[in-house]
Design a protein around this ligand. Structure first.
Ligand code: FA5
Ligand code: MG
Length: 388
């Protein structure tokens, strides 16, 4: 028994993934290295500082007048494994079977049934089923997404859910209850935003999610652009029914921690959160929000790669994945700089520009060439594309 226990303790989450991976998996070793780093649990890391601020808000100040009849304490949950089932991540949330987010080009699968959660909403149903009516889930999430200053394949989300009792509504009509829930949702999130930012320019944009109706996104004005920081909505009635909560109504929201941290600390690049450089880490203290002082940027350089694709089957994320796997954090940005259709070949020519920059040192041209050659080789070998 003891031996079993000891062995269990030494089986890291990374071992667990590797053990369950099969030929279906599209998770690279680079991605596995991020699992378990738990940046949101480090109190002096910008993500930990914001997570703690959000936690304090939900522990102390989040009860709106509407909620005050049953002032539930929000339960804070930050230790759920990022390994979830297809059922948790998609089916339970009413995500249609042909939804693009299910594709291997978008999600990191361990095998046919298990994956690295692509959002903290993966835990909604199991917690609602346990009759937890006010909760906050914090965790790392994984997506095969584009790479730029505000997107990264691993990031952190905060999920917030609040479900009401019938007698908290002023009307017995579902449509009115949905409207009242929506109002409470907006009030709560606007208060949270002011708790974090003080005064800031924000706007609500209508959107759709399979598991909420109606659905909204909140955007904040950042570096001369509107930046989406969260998605939310009134929990779909079919989802509540599936949880055996036939008559209840409530709301859910999912925030991106990095997006909030970029704004609050004025950090210019999402890759910095993963930096181990003391010039980054030493700038932050538990409980304190201060403006990030950029240290001198090392020079960047770019290399182009061109190839032919069949536009009917082309999945750009497969390219991003190869580049990220080979170049890791040395990749600053990947952009398509040229596209044209070649009628004779019935193929589309694409040219991608890969920008390289280290946050920690000046890169040598030779080492970039090695990476670029590896990328070219894998485009040929793995994607079976003809280079130009
Ligand atoms: C979702 O993930 C929904 N689960 C949110 C939700 C929860 C809706 C509950 C309704 C009810 P979305 O894919 O838009 O939605 O992501 C939510 C937030 O995560 C975004 O607003 C953004 O802040 C952050 N985010 C998304 N992709 C990335 C990325 N690649 N890098 C960093 N942050 C990201
Ligand atoms: Mg979105």
């Amino acid at each position: 028994m003891l031996r079993k226990l000891v062995r269990f303790q030494f089986c890291t989450i990374q071992d667990q993934i590797k053990k369950q991976q099969n030929s279906y998996s599209n998770i690279t070793d680079k991605i596995i290295q991020y699992v378990g780093r738990d940046l949101h649990k480090i109190p002096s890391h910008p993500l930990g500082i914001i997570k703690n601020r959000i936690q304090t808000f939900f522990e102390n100040d989040a009860i709106t007048e509407k909620q005050s009849k049953y002032p539930l304490k929000y339960k804070i949950i930050d230790n759920l494994s990022p390994i979830v089932s297809v059922k948790q991540n998609f089916d339970s949330l009413l995500v249609p079977s042909d939804h693009p987010s299910r594709k291997k080009s978008d999600t990191y699968y361990i095998n046919e049934n298990q994956l690295l959660r692509c959002h903290t909403s993966a835990h909604q149903v199991e917690l609602i089923e346990k009759n937890i009516d006010a909760f906050v889930v914090v965790g790392d999430v994984y997506r095969r997404d584009e790479i730029d200053a505000t997107h990264y394949p691993v990031f952190h989300q905060v999920e917030i859910v609040r479900i009401f009792q019938q007698d908290q509504f002023s009307s017995k009509y579902l449509q009115h209850q949905i409207q009242e829930s929506m109002d409470d949702l907006k009030e709560t999130l606007e208060r949270l935003t002011r708790h974090l930012f003080g005064d800031v320019q924000m706007r609500w944009v209508e959107t759709t999610f399979p598991f909420t109706n109606p659905s909204m996104e909140l955007e904040i004005y950042f570096q001369d652009k509107w930046l989406e920081v969260l998605g939310c909505g009134v929990i779909h009635q079919d989802l509540m029914k599936n949880c055996q909560r036939l008559t209840e109504v409530g709301w859910a929201a999912g925030l991106g921690l990095e997006r909030l941290a970029l704004l609050l600390f004025q950090i210019p690049d999402i890759r910095l959160f993963w930096s181990q450089d003391p010039r980054f880490l030493d700038q932050f203290k538990s409980g304190q929000i201060n403006k990030f002082q950029p240290f001198s940027k090392y020079p960047s350089c770019y290399k182009d790669v061109s190839f032919y694709v069949d536009h009917k089957t082309w999945e750009e994320n497969d390219l991003h994945s190869i580049i990220r796997d080979i170049g890791g954090d040395l990749i600053e940005k990947v952009e398509c700089v040229d596209t044209f259709y070649n009628k004779k070949k019935d193929l589309t020519s694409k040219c991608y520009r890969i920008h390289y920059r280290s946050l920690e040192r000046t890169l040598q041209n030779e080492e970039i060439d090695i990476l670029q050659f590896k990328i070219r080789d894998q485009i040929k070998d793995l994607l079976k594309l003809e280079l130009r």
